[in-house]
Write a protein that binds this ligand. Structure first.
Ligand code: ATP
Ligand code: MG
Length: 311
């Protein structure tokens, strides 16, 4: 098993720049291992950008960040054809990278969101009708403003469904925060990034992906995943349950989780562990349920509690 060692090495490489945030990093690595994308949720200033940037350095990957704004056009993301010396030349947009940090995706109107979502789903973008392949790997880390925020365009559920995993980025502990403020002083300039060295590359990522894909899934565990996903559609508290795509994502991430634990087969516990981060963000609660203090995570919990775990 190479994934555990790979993940340890990357964590050690990122540590000089980013204090803590190990769970978020873990989610990012799991997503990369299944060719998936991450929805990052959390307050400002908790090192989301720093972490994504550090990870790109550790993996020797290209990194780009896009701040989504209300006046942004799809071509600001994908690129444009410009006339140069009488010839049309394609100017690739920021989406042509490996790790793309898409900040505040719900601040931009649906047309531009759709361009990003096409990129995520198809690993290509169409510019002037011509499809152009994106980088490999291509992984999007997207942050969202709280939905109630004024001037936001909430992502439709069909688009949230394209994110393999949601990572909740929390505030650091008191000890971690003390460590953050005593890091090398550089005013308020972004610090630490230079301390991150490359410890892996694209070829190794491809090998990890191969290992994850080869992780065995017994019929019993596969049936368990199906039953769990289908149960989310039957819960009275849920208006829109998880899709077959969600089932595919849960299967892939359970494999990655198994592999990261050093196993070449998936256990029911792998599935249980990934259920909330993979399913919760896709569920729409019924109006009655959302009035109470009941969230999508509670609905996943209810599904977990009502489907027999194979032993
Ligand atoms: N866990 C951490 N380790 C090291 N530095 C941190 C950490 N959390 C915050 N910082 C400091 O806070 C700064 C801001 O972090 P960063 O820009 O990555 O936050 P962000 O989550 O992307 O914020 P925003 O949502 O506003 O974009 C960093 O440059 C660093 O100085
Ligand atoms: Mg940021």
């Amino acid at each position: 098993m190479m994934f555990p060692d790979f993940a340890d090495r990357v964590a050690a490489a990122v540590a000089p720049a980013v204090v803590g945030q190990t769970e978020t990093l873990r989610s990012m690595l799991l997503a990369i291992a299944v060719r998936g994308h991450v929805l990052l949720e959390g307050p400002p200033g908790v090192a989301k950008t720093l972490l994504a940037n550090s990870l790109a350095r550790a993996l020797s990957l290209q990194f780009a960040r896009i701040q989504f704004t209300p006046d942004m056009l799809p071509s600001d993301l994908t690129g444009t054809l410009t006339l140069r010396g009488g010839e049309l030349v394609f100017q690739p947009g920021p989406v042509f990278t490996n790790l793309l940090l898409a900040d505040e995706i719900n601040r931009t109107p649906p047309k531009t969101q759709a361009a990003l979502l096409e990129a995520m789903q198809e690993a290509q973008v169409s510019v002037e009708g011509k499809p152009r392949p994106l980088g490999d790997p291509f992984c999007v880390f997207a942050t969202q403003n709280p939905i109630e925020y004024e001037g936001t365009y909430p992502l439709p559920e069909a688009q949230l469904d394209r994110f393999a995993i949601r990572a909740v980025v929390d505030y650091p502990s008191a000890e971690e925060e003390a460590q953050i403020v005593t890091q090398a002083a550089r005013g308020v300039a972004v610090s630490g990034l230079e301390a991150v060295v490359a410890v892996a590359d694209g070829a190794e990522i491809a090998a990890v992906r191969g290992e994850v894909d080869a992780t065995r899934l017994s019929p019993e565990v596969a049936n368990y995943i199906v039953a769990l996903v289908r149960r989310t559609r039957e819960l009275p508290s849920v208006a829109l349950g998880a899709s077959p795509r969600a089932a595919v994502h849960l299967t892939a991430l359970s494999r990655a989780q198994a592999c990261l634990s050093g196993r070449d087969f998936v256990t029911p516990d792998d599935v249980v562990g990934m259920a909330k981060p993979v399913l919760a963000h896709r569920l729409i609660l019924s109006p009655e349920a959302s009035l109470e203090r009941y969230g999508p995570e509670d609905a996943v919990e209810a599904a977990l509690g009502s489907v027999a775990v194979p032993r």
